[in-house]
Every structure is written in C-alpha cells, then in structure tokens.
Design a binder for this molecule. Structure first.
Ligand SMILES: Cc1ncc(COP(=O)(O)O)c(C=O)c1O
Length: 375
C-alpha cells in the first residue's frame, strides 16, 4: 500500500492543533456537608468540545491509526460504539474530511445520533449490543475502510506514562488541595480504557492511590473480575449508556484494578438527579454509577475513621439524555423506582451515612472475593 505521507502529516498536525485550542477540563469539588474530612471531586469531561470523555479517546485513536499508516485521505472510518465515542470520532473524521459510519445499538440516545449526523457521520443500528462488533467489521470490509475498534485499541492508543492523559491531569489539578494525593480514583468501564489509563498511571508514578471500577447491571466486568473468568458473556444489554458490556472487552485490564463495586441501575440514575440538585447541571447515567460508587467508598472511609480525597469522572453531559434518563415515564418503564435511592442520597448528604435498609442490598467491599483493599 502506498502511503500519502504529506496527507498523514497534515492530518496529525490538524489533530494536534485542535488539542492546543482547548483547555484542560475542570475538576469540580462537590460539597457534601455530611463528610467533613473526606473530599469528593469530579473530573468534568463533559466540557470537551464533543461533550464527553470520549473526545480524548477519539483523538488518540485517530493519532494511533494515522501514525500506524492505517488511514489515508480516502479511508472510510467505521466504529462500534454506544454513541459517545462515535460522536467524538465523527467530529475528528469531519475535521480530516473522511466519511464516518457508526454501528450502534438501536436504543442509543437520539441526541447522540443527531450529533453524529451533525458532524457528517452515518448511523447503522443493531438490535443487540453484542452485534456491534461483527457488523462494524463487516461494514469496514465492504467499504474497504478502517475499523477503529475502540474496544480493542482504547488501552493501547491512550497515553498513560506521559502528561497527555486524564490521569496526569487529575494528579496535577489535585496538587493544591487539602488532600493532594487522592485515596481513591473511581471509574466505570465501557471499553475499560479509561480505568486502564488511570490504573497504569497510578502504578507507574508510584502513587499510594487505589483504583475502584464501578459496574452496572447486565454487564460482565464485575463477575469476571470477582471470579477471574474473562470469557464470561451476557445476553442482555446494559441499561446505563456508555458502560457495562456483554463480554469482557480487550481494553479492560483487571491487573490495574484494586477493587470493583456493582451499582444498581436505579442508584446510578438517582445519583445524577442528586448531582443536579447540588450543581444545577445534568450528567449522563455513567456519571451516576461513578458517583454512587464514590459515595459508598466515602461512607466506608468515614466508618473506618479515614480522611482523604476521592476523585471520579463526570463522563458526559446529561442534556443528551433528556428523553430517557431525565424522562420520568422512560425511567419508570426501563429502570424502575429511583425514589428510595434519592432519599438515601439526601440523607447521606447531611450525615455521610447510608440508611440501613438499602445498605443491606449493596455489595459491601470487605465481602468482595478480592478482599484486600480497604484497611
Ligand atoms: C458516557 C460514557 N461513560 C463512560 C464510558 C466508559 O469509558 P471507557 O470506555 O474508557 O471504559 C463511556 C465509554 O464509551 C461512555 O461513553
């Protein structure tokens, strides 16, 4: 294959210039009166130009493909996605003048599909989330295009040693806080790429910080981690858009994770309503999963008499989900009642404690098979 080196150079230049134009995303400190010696922060990735943490990944995947000579001036780009990555990739594909095709579950939030189309991309729908991989591969073959395959390449396309990554940004931004080195970083998993970056960076820079990965219902990550079975699959699709997978994705790196927590979907949704009460802004449901897991760890720290900081990720903007997670009828039908969790979070706000009745439904960390984490 003859490579167009001039075009590749220009394309890389455009992507690097785009990064220069945007500032680092903010770190938000959450006020929780019930927690006096524990501070909670959210790294607000919804502030990227394409509205989610996937802006970083899309940039990295394009740079990976360009520097490896995998795409040229006429290469159609194909991706399997639950939506957010496709929105960001459509943006970069348009910047480079490349056709873009996103293979997504039919249930993907309508707003994300609109955004992909706004950036000139095309949506191809499948009925089951597990079908996105083969359909994307077939489409790439048919169009003689390049399948980005975020689920495989997220972990290796993202930098974790240097300074161009979310983990480095978090530790830099925490430097002047009262607990400058976080006790925990908390993240959910879709590809697993962000947790891989966070965990590798922690190990590489030798921070005492630990990494907790939160999973949702209808996902295999939690069970796979607990039972050391990475061939597990699941028939049903996750109801928390962006996270929870029917198979253990190649970018999910268990060796970097200290512990995992399973969060009920209704708790994730309640947590984004609670976050809106506190900040006046809406977040996507994976942020709720992250936040609820963070509060559970905070409660555990409080019970153990520990102090310190916990940092989690505000993954995307909730305005994308007005017709689903912010629509009471949709939530009633697809998720169920979130009221008990909302009441629990309100009481947590004031006391730093979860009410007993719901606490018993939740996984207590010390009971996890990994069991090594909380001292
Ligand atoms: C909204 C949202 N949150 C969280 C994630 C999970 O991030 P990662 O793929 O790095 O595991 C994704 C991934 O697509 C996402 O779209």
């Amino acid at each position: 294959m003859l490579r167009d080196h001039h075009w590749i150079k220009q394309a890389i230049h455009k992507i690097m210039a785009e990064e220069e134009h945007h500032q680092e995303t903010p770190l938000i400190k959450l006020s929780v009166p019930g927690l006096q010696t524990i501070d909670i922060y959210l790294k607000d990735e919804s502030q990227h130009p394409t509205g989610s943490l996937k802006h970083r990944l899309a940039r990295s995947l394009f740079l990976y493909a360009l520097t490896n000579g995998l795409i040229g001036p006429d290469t159609p780009i194909i991706e399997s996605s639950s939506g957010s990555t496709a929105v960001s990739e459509a943006y970069f594909a348009q910047m480079l003048g490349l056709p873009f095709y996103a293979v997504m579950p039919r249930t993907t939030a309508r707003k994300k599909v609109e955004l992909i189309e706004q950036y000139g991309g095309q949506a191809h729908f499948v009925e089951h989330s597990g079908d996105i991989y083969p359909v994307a591969r077939q489409l790439a073959e048919k169009l003689n295009g390049h399948y980005m395959d975020q689920f495989t390449y997220a972990e290796r396309a993202s930098d974790w040693r240097g300074t161009d990554n979310i983990a480095h940004a978090i530790f830099e931004q925490m430097k002047h806080e009262r607990y400058p080195v976080p006790r925990w970083l908390i993240m959910s998993a879709g590809t697993g790429g962000t947790s891989a970056t966070l965990g590798r960076h922690i190990h590489y820079r030798q921070y005492p910080t630990q990494l907790c990965v939160a999973d949702c219902e209808n996902s295999v990550f939690y069970d796979a981690f607990c039972h050391n079975d990475f061939l597990l699959t699941h028939q049903q699709s996750s109801r928390i858009e962006g996270i929870g997978r029917p198979r253990v994705e190649p970018s999910f790196i268990p060796g970097v994770i200290d512990t995992m927590i399973m969060i009920p979907d209704a708790a994730s949704v309640a947590a984004i309503y609670w976050l809106e009460q506190k900040t006046g802004r809406k977040a996507g449901p994976s942020t709720g999963t992250n936040l609820y897991a963070t509060l559970k760890l905070a409660r555990q720290m409080q019970e153990n008499g520990e102090s310190g900081a916990l940092v989690t990720v505000w993954c995307d903007d909730g305005e994308r989900y007005l017709d689903c997670y912010y629509n009471p009828d949709w939530v009633d039908k697809h998720i169920g009642s979130v009221e008990p969790y909302l009441a629990q979070l309100d009481s947590f706000d004031l006391t730093g404690n979860f009410s007993d009745d719901l606490q018993s439904n939740m996984t207590v960390l010390s009971e996890l098979p990994t069991g090594e984490v909380i001292s």
